[in-house]
Write a protein that binds this ligand. Structure first.
Ligand SMILES: Cc1cc2nc3c(=O)[nH]c(=O)nc-3n(C[C@H](O)[C@H](O)[C@H](O)COP(=O)(O)OP(=O)(O)OC[C@H]3O[C@@H](n4cnc5c(N)ncnc54)[C@H](O)[C@@H]3O)c2cc1C
Length: 412
């Protein structure tokens, strides 16, 4: 068997073909919320969006959220998810105080960084294989409003990304941020993956921070769209993606722009479009998210982006971000010091798979890793090279638990 959350993982780590999936949708209760200390305890099937709905009006925020609010607490722990603030806050597991793990022998074990610490480290990022998390306790962080101060900066190429990420502020910013809070806490760059040559890495750099002193209670005011049907095959091609990219880049038509946005808009942009995955048509898409060590990241990221641009495949959403120097919270945590690149490719079978193999080779060569939560195809060798602790991890697996992903990457 395998615990299941909201199935927001892109590959087969949340699947268990031929086995049983333990639905956690009924584990949907809040247990305790201390409004003074910001400690919340809830069952593992609660989503991060539900937690934010409760705690933001009380002046608290989750310390780490991924790019969607529609993931469960159990899923966030099992993939040790990261957000746009990894360089500051680390990953979800760094903020867990404790959780309960129910194993197939009926035992219930309380795990924390101090109690049953090995099982704690195995379960954080443990892909649901060590047992069922029934509830968890998380330390929240204080905020004064649901708003973010957001800066959008034009990025001409990859050099500019690294200059911005290492804190260099563009000249136009001098004195331009008065009245805004420090905005380097959450950052991410969207990249035009069709750009070639000197323009590789061009795109839009966004950084943001929790706004201070804004009114506490306010509505996001975001419209909610829905994609009514699967788009026909080939809708997302180099031409349509090129058009989209040009439009997206026009967000940064000026070198720098500042705005105040609701947290849902900045942190969860795709949550405003229900069933956005239908844009990729019935064949869907594959995401390739990798992390490469910082030392030669500029070279390796350029190599991957150039391979995508030259391939004829059209990556619709391409995202770059720096991971901070935090010790990973779990034995199999993906987030580690380095630079992470995520590429979404419409599935065109052989040509798409061939490109992904090329990207894997760059990542392997760099000593990097591919994110299991986003993977449906990496080889056993690629996984094992990037997650050398997988052998030590194995002894923590519940004997009744398995997943399609685990069988694939540990097969001989
Ligand atoms: C639009 C979008 C943006 C995303 N952005 C990011 C991002 O920025 N950063 C990031 O890290 N990830 C990101 N993700 C991936 C997502 O955060 C993870 O895949 C997350 O784990 C999904 O949670 P889920 O509740 O859907 O769990 P599922 O996908 O259903 O399961 C994920 C894993 O959790 C295990 N699991 C679930 N519940 C339990 C439980 N109670 N006990 C034990 N194990 C359990 C499952 O067995 C499985 O191994 C994104 C996904 C989407 C769709």
């Amino acid at each position: 068997m395998l615990p299941g959350g909201l199935a927001r993982s892109y590959g087969d780590s949340c699947l268990n073909e031929g086995g049983t999936l333990l639905a956690t949708s009924a584990l949907d209760r809040f247990i305790a919320f201390d409004r003074d200390s910001g400690v919340i305890r809830c069952e593992a099937g609660i989503s991060l969006a539900q937690i934010l709905d409760l705690v933001v009006p009380a002046g608290w925020f989750l310390p780490v959220v991924p790019g969607t609010g529609h993931v469960t607490v159990g899923g966030a722990i099992a993939n040790d998810v990261h957000g746009k603030n990894h360089h500051v806050a680390g990953s979800f597991g760094h903020h867990l105080r404790r959780f309960e793990l129910l194993r197939s022998d009926g035992s219930r074990t309380l795990c924390s960084p101090d109690a049953n610490a090995e099982l704690f480290r195995a379960t954080v990022g443990g892909l649901g294989l060590t047992g069922l998390i029934t509830w968890a306790e998380i330390q929240l962080r204080p905020v004064t409003s649901p708003w973010f101060d957001v800066e959008t900066i034009r990025m001409e190429n990859l050099d500019r990304f690294f200059a911005l990420e290492t804190g260099a502020r563009p000249p136009v910013l001098r004195g331009g941020t008065s009245g805004l809070s420090p905005v380097s806490e959450y950052s991410v760059a969207w990249v035009d993956a069709l750009a070639r040559g000197d323009a590789v890495g061009r795109g839009v750099f966004m950084r943001a921070g929790h706004a201070a002193g804004a009114p506490a209670a306010s509505e996001p005011g975001a419209s909610r769209w829905s994609i009514p049907f699967d788009f026909p095959a080939g809708t997302l091609n180099r031409h349509s993606v090129g058009l989209f990219n040009a439009l997206y880049r026009s967000r940064a038509s000026r070198e720098w722009r500042a705005a105040r946005e609701h947290y849902t808009k900045y942190l969860f942009p795709l949550d405003g479009i229900a069933r956005w995955n239908r844009m990729y048509g019935a064949r869907g898409f594959l995401q390739h998210q990798s992390v490469v060590p910082r030392a030669d990241a500029a070279v390796k990221i350029r190599e991957m982006l150039s391979a995508v641009a030259a391939s004829g495949e059209a990556s619709f959403l391409t995202v770059l971000k720096i991971f901070g120097d935090h010790e990973p919270a779990g034995l199999l945590s993906f987030a580690r010091p380095g630079v992470t690149l995520a590429i979404d490719l419409p599935m065109r079978r052989a040509s798409t798979l061939a490109l992904l193999e090329r990207l894997d080779a760059v990542v392997r060569d760099a000593g990097g890793a591919i994110y299991p939560a986003k993977d449906a195809r990496m080889s056993a060798e690629t996984f094992r090279a990037a997650f050398p602790e997988w052998k030590a991890f194995q002894r923590h697996i519940d004997p009744a638990f398995s997943s399609s992903f685990w069988r694939r990457v540990t097969a001989r």
